[in-house]
Design a protein. Structure first.
Lengths: 385, 128
């Protein structure tokens, strides 16, 4: 029994205060069910993924008043979780274990500035203890720095430049200009990227993702049931995961090759297609560099050629490859792996409005978590295989 | 810029005892003799969990680096250093650093912030 994504719920997003992540999660599930034309009690499976707020979990069942669930779990593989949840949901539907599975991520790291609290991502204030404390005491206390270390290794190995990374930021902002859901809709230039303040060299501010409060949910059900629901069904044709377990020593591929090199071919093989068949790619882009590395590892360009590929004008609304058509995490909203997944569902349905890719028969979704430690890939389509 | 304060826990107690003596302790496999990073729990060469604390020579080569900018604080240079024994360590880079740190040879030094453990840092080997 093949599975489809039948519903998508995206809450109010960004600097939205006064709601907990658990509340965003419940709202997102309600919206996804309504989008599918289902009632909340139709849900018999629930997979949750919490962000750093940490309060989205098994209690969501009660928050939604769901009874007699046949599947309920918290999933945690960081940025690869959204793809992973859809994979587990598809398997549950395929096996007959559950009929209607909601997969949800929500987070509320931004605190109301009038409350005097800062964003929870800053990492400040945690008691520095043990190995993590040693890293923090050394000045390594944020993902920005970890990814900057990875990016610099790529730059030194392949000659990738900050300007080439900037082309990714500029192209994605051009998409975001056309996306009413995006938080950042003013166009930017390469000069804006280069002139934006340093965060952790080699990253400028405009190399880094947004921080958003909100929630996103999808409903996974069988193709048979999905055919009778409100929205065009989005078929889940293939999937894969990869968790490299980088050795911190000689021979490590950290910064050079990501899990996309494994999960991508696995997902494409399951779908019975090749990378050349992909019409739209929604790539996890916590940093410009993450998108660049993914482009290489999926085989959209050769290893080490991601920089020249981005600088060639291949990306953006006028480019030859539709990548991160909503603006991605850099410019639309940061909902971990739900950012690329939500835009992929919109594109596969053909509901992208001004940003709709003309060809959208095959949409690839990339999820990335940790310091390139966890990866998931989905291949989605408006058509069954 | 001085390093921050870190407190020991059970997993890091011996490492910080070594740091207080001026030793950079890493792990060595009791089985195959292979080297592992100080936080390793399993030998990366033979997968044995039997690892012992052993002083490293304290010299290595910069693999990659980043310059961290934080509002209101001095910039900090951090890096991944490949020790001559092989394992990578992520620590602060201090001293008179060139702009391009690729393959820079470095040597461990220790800073002693008040109220915390001794913290290893790497500094250019040529200035020692």
């Amino acid at each position: 029994m093949s599975a489809v994504i039948a519903g998508l719920g995206i809450t109010e997003m960004g600097k939205v205060y006064g709601r907990t992540a658990a509340e965003f999660a419940a709202d997102a599930v309600r919206m996804a069910a309504a989008d599918a034309g289902l009632a909340v009690p139709d849900i018999d499976g629930l997979l949750t993924n919490t962000g750093i707020s940490g309060d989205v979990g098994l209690g969501l069942q009660r928050d939604l008043g769901l009874r007699d669930l046949r599947l309920l779990s918290e999933i945690q593989a960081y940025g690869s979780s959204a793809g992973a949840m859809v994979q587990y949901a598809a398997m549950a539907v395929g096996s007959g274990m559950a009929d209607v599975v909601a997969c949800v991520f929500a987070d509320a790291p931004l605190k109301d500035p009038s409350s005097g609290a800062g964003a929870a991502y800053a990492g400040a204030g945690r008691r520095p203890t043990g190995w993590q404390g040693l890293a923090a005491a050394s000045g390594i206390y944020s993902a920005n720095t970890m990814y900057a270390l990875a990016a610099r290794r790529h730059m030194r190995t392949y000659g990738t430049t900050s300007e080439q990374l900037g082309h990714i930021a500029v192209a994605q902002r051009a998409w975001a200009v056309r996306n009413p859901l995006a938080q950042m809709r003013d166009p930017i230039t390469l000069a804006d990227h280069q002139n934006s303040r340093w965060i952790a060299e080699p990253f400028h501010l405009l190399d880094c993702c947004l921080v958003s409060n909100g929630g996103v949910a999808v409903i996974v059900t069988s193709a048979e049931r999905g055919a009778d629901l409100s929205q065009p069904a989005v078929h889940i044709l293939g999937w894969g995961q990869a968790h490299p377990g980088y050795v911190m020593g000689p021979g490590s591929e950290l910064g050079l090759v990501s899990g996309a090199a494994i999960s991508g071919p696995a997902a494409l093989k399951m779908a019975g297609v090749t990378i050349a068949d992909i019409d739209v790619a929604e790539l996890y882009d916590c940093y410009t560099f993450t998108a660049l590395l993914s482009l290489e590892d999926y085989g959209f360009c050769a290893k080490g050629e991601g920089g020249p590929f981005a600088a060639s004008g291949a990306l953006g609304p006028e480019g030859r490859l539709a990548v991160n058509t909503g603006g991605g995490q850099l410019s639309s909203y940061y909902m971990w792996g739900m950012t690329p997944l939500s835009e992929a569902v919109i594109q596969a349905r053909g509901q992208g409005g001004e940003r709709q890719a003309p060809r959208h028969d095959l949409v690839l979704v990339s999820g990335n978590g940790g310091l390139l430690d966890h990866h998931s890939t989905l291949v989605l389509s408006p058509n069954p295989r | 810029m001085p390093v921050g304060i870190v407190q020991r826990d059970a997993a890091t107690a011996e490492f910080f005892d070594g740091a207080a003596r001026g030793d950079l302790l890493i792990r060595r496999c009791d089985g195959c003799g292979g080297w592992a990073a100080p936080q390793a729990r399993t030998c990366p060469h033979c997968a044995s969990p039997a690892l012992s604390w052993t002083p490293a020579a304290g010299t290595g080569t910069v693999v990659t680096w980043a310059v961290v900018h934080t509002k209101g604080l001095p910039t900090v240079t951090v890096g991944i250093v490949e020790l001559d024994e092989g394992p990578w360590m992520q620590l602060q880079l201090t001293g008179d650093l060139p702009e391009d740190l690729s393959d820079l040879r470095v040597r461990v030094a220790f800073e002693q912030p008040e109220g915390g453990e001794a913290v290893p840092v790497f500094t250019p080997a040529s200035t020692q």
